[in-house]
Design a protein around this ligand. Structure first.
Ligand code: PAF
Length: 290
């Protein structure tokens, strides 16, 4: 695996792959890699060559009171894990390579960026879209791999790719969970043991909603109050929002129809966690994937 620190060298590698008509796969990450990231890398390895993983803790997607400075950084361990998976290039630029002095441009995906996570984290998705566009311009991937845990992020990136004719296929992979249901996240490392145990309530709430849907409940209001009641059983967990939204518009729905996300965000101590379930209509029935 070659370690690449500069934009100019990464552009040369990406440009060469493009000219040779190779299917370059990019897995963009902020490092502190866990099994969720590694599942994306495995999928990229299965269908792409070469595979590039980027590690860049993007300052522009953190608010002033968020955890940018303490966000976990583990380049040494990440490098070993990626090496073992046969990744071809690790792109780990310093901040000044991505945002040189005088950098002014940002990307804002209207209508999708200020709701849900965007309401709680103003500016977050502007930072995400800006860095992902930069990464796509630099690496020039044919395919890029993202996890469904960040459902709103994926929706915004897909919209940006369509609007700007970027031509990159966005591959979305399932949420990877601990055996007790907690969705993997680099931020889980912040949780103290009691918070870690309490955090499983997010998954329990989604599983309870899934059971209700399987027994025929379609009303969003009913499903959401059941989720709120379940989460309220854990005093260490403060719900930020629970919403059932259309997968395309991210607008709340009154009752399940077409395809929806059940989206949750909560604070466990000082740690903000998100989770979701995908609800898909198949004929008259709804299938829930947690
Ligand atoms: O999902 C993440 O880790 C980040 O938001 C991303 C896509 C790498 C952009 O910084």
């Amino acid at each position: 695996m070659e370690l690449v620190h500069t934009v100019s060298w990464m552009k040369q590698i990406g440009g060469k792959a493009l000219r040779e008509d190779r299917v370059l796969g990019l897995v963009p990450t902020m490092g502190a890699l866990h099994e969720g990231h590694l599942s994306l890398v495995r999928e990229a390895k299965r269908c792409c060559s070469p595979v590039v993983v980027s590690i860049f803790v993007n300052p522009k997607q953190f608010g002033p009171s968020e955890d940018f400075s303490k966000y976990p950084r583990a380049l040494g361990a990440d490098r070993v894990a990626l090496e073992q998976l046969g990744v071809d290039y690790l792109f780990a630029p310093p901040a000044e390579e991505i945002y040189p002095q005088g950098f002014r441009t940002s990307v804002f995906v209207d209508g999708l960026s200020d709701v849900l996570e965007g309401r709680s984290r103003p500016g977050h998705f502007r930072g995400v879209a800006t860095v992902v566009l930069k990464l796509f311009e630099i690496v020039q991937p044919r395919r890029a791999f993202f996890g469904r845990k960040d459902a709103q992020q994926v929706r915004i990136i897909k919209q940006m790719v369509a609007d700007l004719d970027l031509g990159t296929d966005i591959v979305v992979r399932p949420i990877v969970r601990e055996p007790d249901g907690l969705a993997l996240s680099s931020r889980n490392a912040y949780l103290k043991p009691e918070g870690r145990r309490a955090a499983t309530v997010l998954h329990r709430a989604l599983a309870a909603a899934s059971r209700e849907i399987a027994s025929g409940e379609l009303k969003a209001g009913h499903l959401l109050s059941m989720i709120q009641r379940t989460i309220a059983t854990e005093p260490l967990v403060a719900l930020d929002y629970a919403e059932i939204v259309d997968v395309d518009t991210l607008e709340p729905v009154m009752a399940l129809r077409k395809n929806c996300y059940v989206l949750l965000a909560a604070r466990v101590g000082g740690t903000r966690l998100i989770d979701n379930a995908l609800v898909e209509q198949t004929g008259d029935a709804f299938r829930v994937t947690i």
